[in-house]
Design a binder for this molecule. Structure first.
Ligand SMILES: [Fe+2]
Length: 161
């Protein structure tokens, strides 16, 4: 019978787990902020292309939630906890603040794209740093970057000439 006391909680070294947590935690936090702020934008957008922007923001929120889950569960799979509590997200997110209340869609798009760009900076830092730490975790960051850049394109296309 297997002695469970000898089963490690993780398949990687503590240094690798710590490095993954260091660079994927900001990704979890920024994506979680995009979920909350994306809903705020979804509810308050008005004006040109209303239906398209309103619905696209909901799609981006769904994607951000899924990606936050992927990044968080990678950290946890390596045996470390994630702190994405509300107060922690508010204190540590790099995404900044949206203007309160109803906004015209061009304003909503400009403000939310700035939030996406802040998150992409954290994601690309993770891609770069995880290259020498853990390629399996880097793959998650790359997948998130690819998807969020596509969502950014879909949003910007509403106001591009
Ligand atoms: Fe809705």
């Amino acid at each position: 019978m297997t002695d469970l006391t000898t089963v490690s909680s993780t398949s990687v070294s503590p240094d690798v787990a710590a490095g993954v947590a260091q660079f994927l935690s900001p990704v979890v936090i920024d994506l979680t902020a995009l979920v909350v702020n994306g809903k705020q934008a979804h509810w308050h957008v008005r004006g040109a292309n209303f239906v398209g922007v309103h619905e696209l923001l909901d799609t981006i929120v769904e994607h951000a939630q899924d990606w936050a889950d992927s990044a968080a569960e990678r950290i946890v799979a390596l045996g470390l906890p994630v702190d994405a509590r509300l107060a922690t997200v508010a204190a540590k997110t790099t995404t900044g603040e949206l203007t309160a209340g109803f906004q015209q869609s061009d304003t909503t798009i400009a403000e939310f794209v700035a939030q996406i760009d802040a998150a992409l900076t954290s994601i690309k830092t993770a891609v770069d740093e995880l290259d020498s730490i853990d390629l399996t975790s880097q793959d998650i960051a790359i997948e998130i970057a690819r998807g969020l850049e596509k969502d950014r394109w879909f949003l910007v296309a509403h106001v591009s000439k």
